[in-house]
Each structure stands twice: as C-alpha cells, then as structure tokens.
Write a protein that binds this ligand. Structure first.
Ligand code: CA
Length: 466
C-alpha cells in the first residue's frame, strides 16, 4: 500500500522532469541526412555461383566476399535478358528491351521514340533531376535511339562519361576520384568492368588469339588476358581444375529447341572452368581497388555500394558456353547491396530481377521517387531491414529467342519465338533444368496456366504475340 502511494506520488514529479526537458528537444524533427553517394559496380558475364563467401568454389573472391559480409545478398537474382545490350537496357531503364525491339546486341528494327522516352526515365535521368552528379566509367553497351547504331553514348542515358577503360585503369582512376573527391553534391557513379567476359575469347584457337594480339583494336586486350590465363592453366595441376558441373550432360528431351552444344573433351571443359574462375578473380581484384577507395574516402559513411552483373556464363552446364539461353547459369546473377543503413551479412532468397528492380531500388536507397513503369519492385526497404519481400512472385524474363516466366520456387516456362517450342521445368524437383515437361500430359494444366500468364505479360509490355 505504501509502495503504491509512493509510486503515485512519484510519477507526477518524474513526468515533470520529463516535461521540463521537452522544450529543449522540440521540435522533434529528424536531422535530414545528406543523400548518399551510390556506387553501382557492374561486371560482365559473372554468374551467381562465382562468389566464395556464398559457398561457391569456382573462384576465390575476397573483395566480393567483403561486400557479402557488409551488406545484403539477393541470392535469387535474375537478369532481364542474358545478353549485354538488352540486359543493360533493362538495368538502366527498368523496362522491357523486347518492348522496344531490343532482343539482341544489334537489332535494326528498334522503336527509336520509345527508347528515347525510356532514356528520359532512366537511372541517370532520374538521379540527375534529383540533384545527383551522375558519372559513368567503363563498358557501356546500351542501345541508341537511332536504329543504325547499336551503342549509345552515356550522354543519351544522362551520365558524364569519365573513363573508357574497362579494366585495371578503370579501377585505378575511379579509386583516385573517390579518394580525392570533396562531396559538394551527391554522386551516382557507375563502374562497369568488362571481366570475366574475356572467357568469350577462350574458346578461340591459339592461332586466332595470336593473330588478335597483333591487331590495334580493343580485342588485343582480350587476347592478352587469355594468354595470361592460359599460362596460369598450364602452370596448374589439371587435377586441381574445377569438376564438371552437375548438369554437364546435354539435355535430351528438348524437342524442337536446339542449343549450340560444344564438343569439347572433358579435360578441356574443366580447364575452361578453371580459366573462368581466374577471370572472376581478376575482376574481383579490380573491384577490391574500388572498395578500398570507398573505405579511404571522406564520404565513406554516407556511401552505398550496389554490385551486380549483366548476365552469367554457362561454363559447361548442359555442355554450353557463354550466354543467351534460358538456363539458370547465364540468367542467374549476383546482386549485393552494402553501405549506409543497409543490414549486414544478410541473405534474401526472394526471386528478384536486376533488370526490372534496380531502378526502383536505387531510387529507394537514395530517397528519390521512382518512375512508375509497373515492371519492378524496390528492394531498398528490404536492404534497410524495414520490410520483407512478398513471396510467390511470377517473374517475366526474355532472351534473344524466347520469353519466359519463373514462378518463384516452382516452375519455369519458356516459349521460343522462332518455332513456338516450349520448355517447362519443375524447379522444385529439377533445379538443374534437365527435364522438359512441356509435352508431359501430367503437367498440361500448369503449362496452360503459365502460357496464358506469359501472353498477358507480352501484351502488357507491347510485345507482339508469338
Ligand atoms: Ca555482357
């Protein structure tokens, strides 16, 4: 009883103390933080399964590992199209490349006006309008609004182009910029590395590589790199080469779907995978230079780094090399976000697409309103630990010859434009994509359901039915 009375008596005085303190704290507005610098690091042709911190063994990637520890990794991220120009168009505009006639790297029948409109709503344009300095170094490979040119300058995409090198020099010069910069304006900086794309040169003969070394164009750098990588392979014990992928066998039941299988020896396939791993390590060192410079920069605590790749590499899966096919190894890409306010060391397994989701995500990270194109979702709330992503997504994707839908954790349905062939994969039971169920009567309802959903997606994006 006594205690209770004391409590009653004490409370008003405590309140009095608290109330007396309030005037000094009011108004309780949050101190507005300056907009973060955002650094978007891109690689070319880097599969999701190349990062050692994510329990993959193809390469040792201490620098990307650091980013994994410092941030959030989206382990189920897909590119919009597993080829440079369409993928990068989606990355920068957040919209469908097929919707403007961009199916491959050099389309002639693109819709110039629609591309121009998409450029006006692209990452560079949106960030520049929001007061950001927008800078870009390295590989571009974006479609021009004019049909005859396959590559635009970055000014079409509202970036100032600061460095044309795509390799060591890009890392060094961006590093210098970051170390010396005094932040007077928030910055969006794209650092676009070429590798591990030099793997495209590996399947060439020694004579072809020798001939390219003697030329003047940029291809000689690719040849130089492959000569170095072949020397590393020669110097290694072939027993140490990575094993063949689990889904190395050619996929037999694909009907009218023809993929460009390669007739390499088993030893060569393993050597090819060894060289791919070394190219991943090469670009990881270049990324490390950029990350070191971020850490040494005056604005390090107000910087967010986003890392992804335009597409992956088959690296022997289904006995295929390079990209462009609707298979996981070239569609599934790394996606990591780290820096100011971002949760640390987390992994999210939701189905996401860097092509559709990057634009709204970067806007979300910077507190900028994203253009509403209806294609993607912002991952920023998840990256800041404020919300979970909604499960059960149906993700629409493209390749040069097909359009497809992935039903999260369940099925993947692909239809080919050239011959109407279909592929239906039961992802839950066949994650290595070795069994096409499209003509299996037991899956006819699922095939019809996804086919109908795909038609609706095509219509929504202005893509002619096929
Ligand atoms: Ca590429």
């Amino acid at each position: 009883m006594l205690k209770s009375t004391l409590t009653v008596l004490t409370l008003p005085s405590l309140c009095g103390v608290a109330c007396a303190a309030v005037p000094n704290e009011e108004p309780r507005r949050e101190v507005p933080q300056p907009k973060p610098d955002i650094i978007l690091i891109l690689t070319d042709q880097q599969s999701y399964n190349t990062i050692s911190a994510l329990e993959h063994t193809l390469a040792s990637t201490p620098n990307l590992d650091r980013l994994v520890r410092q941030g959030i990794t989206f382990t189920n991220a897909y590119c919009a199209n597993p080829l440079s120009v369409p993928s990068r168009y989606a990355l920068f505009t957040g919209t469908s490349p097929a919707g403007v006639g961009v199916w491959g790297n050099a389309d002639r029948n693109t819709d110039a006006e629609k591309i121009r409109q998409a450029q006006e709503q692209s990452i560079g344009a949106v960030f520049r309008r929001a007061g950001y300095q927008t800078l870009y170094g390295g590989k571009i490979h974006l479609p021009n609004a004019k049909n005859k040119s396959k590559f635009a300058g970055t000014d079409n995409y509202f970036f100032e182009y600061i460095e044309k090198d795509e390799r060591e020099l890009l890392a060094r010069n961006v590093g210098m910029l970051l170390r010396e910069r005094e932040a007077t304006q928030p910055m969006l900086l794209v650092v676009s590395f070429l590798n591990p794309h030099d793997i495209c040169f590996e399947a060439r003969t020694d004579a072809e590589v020798e001939a390219t070394l003697a030329t003047e164009g940029k291809d000689r750098f690719k040849a130089q790199t492959i000569v170095q990588m072949r020397a590393l392979a020669d110097g290694a014990d072939p027993a140490e080469y990575p094993p063949l992928p689990e889904n190395f066998e050619r996929t037999e039941n694909l009907g009218r779907i023809q993929f460009p299988y390669k007739d390499f020896t088993t030893d060569y396939w393993r050597r090819y995978r060894f060289i791919y791993g070394r190219l991943v390590e090469l670009v990881d060192r270049q990324i490390g230079e950029v990350l070191d410079a971020v850490e040494a920069s005056a604005n390090r605590d107000n910087t967010i780094v986003v890392f992804t790749s335009d597409h992956g590499e088959m690296a022997g899966a289904h006995q295929l090399i390079t990209k462009g096919v609707p298979y996981d190894e070239c569609q599934h890409v790394p996606l990591i976000i780290a820096g100011r306010g971002v949760v640390q060391g987390e992994r999210d397994h939701s189905l996401v697409c860097n092509g559709w989701d990057l634009l709204p995500t970067l806007c979300g990270l910077a507190g900028i309103e994203a253009p509403s194109n209806g294609c993607g979702i912002s991952l920023a709330g998840r990256a800041f630990g404020r919300e979970e992503l909604t499960p059960g997504r149906f993700l629409y994707l493209e390749t040069t010859r097909s359009c497809l839908l992935i039903e999260e954790g369940k099925f993947k349905y692909t239809r080919f434009r050239n011959n109407g062939a279909e592929m239906l994969i039961d992802l839950a039971n066949d994650p290595l994509e070795q069994n096409n169920l499209a003509s299996d009567p037991a899956y006819a309802d699922k095939r019809r359901e996804l086919s109908s959903r795909l038609d609706a997606e095509l219509s929504r994006r202005g893509i002619a039915p096929f």
